[in-house]
Design a protein around this ligand. Structure first.
Ligand code: ADQ
Length: 465
């Protein structure tokens, strides 16, 4: 474990913000709002990012990319199986998403989760100055704050959970609930996407660990842990710039043309069971049945990004989604008209924004979602106050995007009716709603989000002084 230099600011996440390009044999930056939001801080403070490269058994020395020190953590094939696919994605992911799928509890997943979290903590301790700042991201690394605190009592430690923190009735099932809570409470600041997350965590920590709720946080083990509600956001300016570019405009026009000039209803999701894609398709079937006048003027574009393809639940879900698309197209299609165009792939940013520009209606209908950035990206791309966002009440984003057409994704009739409403919405109402949504994502973008989180962490220095 050779470290080039100690850093005063370390970010840790399961993945490094780079990926290896096999063909070009070089590292590329992964796209994403989180990296762009943190880049200025990381560069200014000569920061380090600790994470996994995405490849098994890759022992790499730290290296620099994009003016950020990259500090790889090696994971074996067994770690990937048990820590990542097992505990992270088959225990925590379903449990924290309201147990939409039944979480599995296995000791042979838990132990590797602990071991890998310890390894991350060791790498972080190697990388950070004793009184430096560490910002840990997401459910893969919930034990890391405690492990770092043991070694580095003067470090300022922040943790941000990107997914929901579940209600106590669900969290209580976790056989290792005390260990997870103790892990998180090693941080100085624990932040969540929604106020509900803060409330659920407070209740769980009080009940299962005896932590004492106080103003803005908890007292535990003689320490104050600040709890924060900081909804993540998008790089609104970057989306708007892309949306205004002539290439994207031209691409959006060509999508419109390909869809026969019809109104376009768009869905863009990772193909995950939390996102409610099958339910959305069933609601679209109802829409085509009940509102034939409106529906015949519409075409649906559903783009699903491949994800977790080795997991049975995800393979089954893909089959379900493709069967539903086939059924709807069989029932409502006719020569020259395919109601649903379905694509199973990730898109480059320009194509994604062209889809946002082409779409008259954006459908974001998860059963449960920490935030949902697609909803905010769509709004950021509608610089001319056009378009309608149909949004699930169960996305974290619904707390801020109140002028969307809010729906319950299980209520297929309501969703179908909302699609009809969205298409028929008078221009004035459409612009008023979108202008209000845009004001929200303009004022509170990903830079405001990271500044808010880092400010809370910097504030901790005063406590330690
Ligand atoms: P995700 O579950 O991955 O993230 P989401 O917030 O929707 O969900 O982010 C998806 C990202 O992938 C978006 O930036 C989107 O542009 C991109 N994407 C989706 N489909 C794509 C496609 N076909 N091609 C290219 N890109 C595509 C988790 C939580 C969320 C939380 C985020 C951030 O589950 O609730 O909002 O972290 O905290």
């Amino acid at each position: 474990m050779s470290v080039l230099k100690k850093s005063s600011f370390v970010v840790a996440a399961n993945r490094l913000p780079v990926r290896w390009d096999e063909q070009e044999e070089e590292w590329h930056s992964s796209p994403g709002g989180l990296v762009s939001a943190l880049r200025p801080n990381l560069q200014e403070r000569e920061g380090t990012w600790v994470g996994w490269t995405g490849q098994p058994d890759q022992e790499l020395a730290p290296f620099e990319h994009d003016s950020i020190e990259q500090h790889p953590v090696a994971l074996s094939a067994g770690d990937i199986e048990n820590y990542y696919h097992g505990f992270c994605n088959a225990t925590i992911w379903p449990l924290y998403h309201n147990a939409i799928r039944t979480p599995e509890y296995h000791r042979h997943w838990w132990r590797p989760y602990e071991t890998v979290n310890r390894r991350f903590a060791e790498e972080i301790v190697e990388a950070v100055e004793p009184d430096g700042t560490v910002w840990i991201h997401d459910y893969h690394l919930q034990l890391v704050p405690f492990f770092i605190r043991e070694e580095c009592p003067d470090a300022r430690i922040g943790f941000f959970l990107h997914i929901p923190f579940p209600p106590i009735e669900l969290f209580g099932y976790l056989p290792w609930r005390r260990e997870v809570l103790r892990g998180l409470l090693g941080a100085d600041v624990v932040a969540f996407q929604t106020k509900q997350g803060v409330d659920n965590f407070t209740e769980a920590a009080a009940r299962f660990l005896g932590a004492r709720p106080v103003t803005d946080g908890l007292e535990h083990d003689g320490r104050f842990v600040r709890l924060q509600w900081s909804p993540i956001a998008v790089d609104t300016g970057a989306f708007e710039r892309l949306a205004r570019s002539s290439e994207v405009q031209a691409h959006a026009d060509s999508i419109h043309e390909r869809m026969g000039g019809r109104h376009i209803l768009l869905g863009v999701d990772r193909l995950d069971y939390t996102k409610g894609i099958a339910s959305r398709l069933k609601a679209l079937e109802t829409f085509f049945e009940r509102y034939p006048g409106t529906a015949s003027r519409c075409a649906v574009l559903q783009i699903a990004v491949p994800t977790r393809e080795s997991v049975t639940d995800y393979v089954d879900m893909r089959d379900d989604v493709e069967r539903l698309v086939g059924r709807i197209n069989g029932r409502f299609g006719r020569p020259g008209y395919t109601p649903i165009t379905y694509s199973y792939r990730g898109l480059p940013a320009e194509e994604l924004v062209a889809c946002y520009r082409a779409a008259d209606v954006m459908m974001v209908t998860p059963f449960c979602d920490g935030m949902n950035l697609v909803a905010k990206e769509y709004v950021a791309s509608r610089y001319d106050d056009t378009g309608v966002l149909v949004l699930s009440e169960f996305a974290g984003a619904a707390a801020e995007l109140r002028e969307a057409l809010l729906i319950n994704p299980s209520d297929l009739d309501w969703l179908a009716q909302s699609l009809d409403h969205a298409i028929g919405m008078p221009q004035a109402e459409r612009s008023r709603r979108m202008a209000a949504l845009r004001a929200q994502v303009l004022e509170y973008d990903v830079f405001a989000w990271s500044a808010r989180c880092i400010e809370a962490l910097d504030g901790v220095a005063v406590q330690h002084a």
